[in-house]
Ligand binder design. Sequence first.
Ligand code: MTE
Ligand code: MO
Length: 300
Amino acid sequence: MAYRWKNTLTAKDATPYSAFLNRRQLMAGLAAGGIAGSLPFGARAQEALEPNTWEEITTYCNYYEFGTGKEDPARYADALTIEPWTVRIDGLVDKPGDYSFSDIMSQMTIEERIYRFRCVEAWSMVIPWNGFELADLLNWVGVQSSAKYVAFETVLRPDEMPGVAYPVLDWPYVEGLRLDEAMHPLTIMATGLYGRDLPKQNGAPMRLVVPWKYGFKSIKSVVRITLTEDEPPASWNVANPREYGFYSNVNPEVDHPRWSQATERQIGSGLFAKRVPTLMFNGYDEVAGLYEGMDLRESF
Ligand SMILES: Nc1nc2c(c(=O)[nH]1)N[C@H]1C(S)=C(S)[C@@H](COP(=O)(O)O)O[C@H]1N2
Ligand SMILES: [Mo]
C-alpha cells in the first residue's frame, strides 16, 4: 500500500504510533516557527485539533449490532471475524465484483486525517483516522454516468453480533450518500486509528467517515457498496424519518425534535471536558457548495 504526502506529516518508514507523536511535535514546531501558512491541504485546520485518546475513541462507541450501551462495542466486538473480508461493489459501476480487503488496500493510498466527529446525540471527539479517499475507490471501479447515489451496507452476522437479536433497527445497518458527497475529498474509508489497524468496535476493517455529517452516516464494517440512480435507504432515516434525515449535515440551527444541536459535549477528561458551540457542517465549510440552493431545514 502507498502513502501519500498530502494531509499528513507522518514519515512513511516510521513506526505508526511514534510517527503520530513525532508528527504532533513537528506540527507544534511548524506552528511556532510561523510557517503554518504553507502547510498542505487540511493541515492548518488539523493543527488546532487536539485528538481524543485511544482509550476514549475505542471505549465510548456506538455500534448497535453489539448492543446499545456505549461500552458494549468494546466489550463484544472482539467476536467479529474480519479475515477474510470481502466488499461487494456493484450497481452502476464498470467493474462490479467481490473485492478482498487486501486487494482494495493494495490499490489505495493511506493517509492520516484528523477529523472532528459529531454524533447526533450532541457529543463530539477529535479522531486521528488513517484511510483512503472514497473517490479513489469509486474511480478505480469506474462510476457510470447514470449513477447518482452510493449505498453502503454493514456486515450482518447474528452469531457474532449479540445486538442484532433486538429489533432496534432493520438489520443490516445501511447508509447512503449523494454521489457528489461520496466523491468529496473529505470523505474517506477509514482503515486505521492512530496509525494502528482500526479496532473492531470502531468498524474494522473498513468504515465510512463523513466528517461534516452526524456520526450515524459513518457506517461501520462495510461489506457492500452499490452505485444507484435512486436515493438509497438509510437505517436511522427509515427507523424515524421525523428525527433523522437522509442528509444529516451537522447544523447548529436545526435542532433534533428532542434536543438542541446548538452545542456539543466534547468527550474527554479533566480540563478538556466542556460544552462548546457546534459549527455549521461541523466546521468543514468547504462542503457548503454541495448544498447551494437547498433548504437545509427541509432537507435536514
Ligand atoms: N453498522 C453501524 N455503523 C454505525 C453505527 C452502528 O450502530 N452500526 N453507529 C453510528 C453512530 S450513531 C456513530 S456516532 C458512529 C460512532 O463511531 P465510533 O464508535 O467509531 O465513534 O458510528 C456510526 N456507524
Ligand atoms: Mo451517533
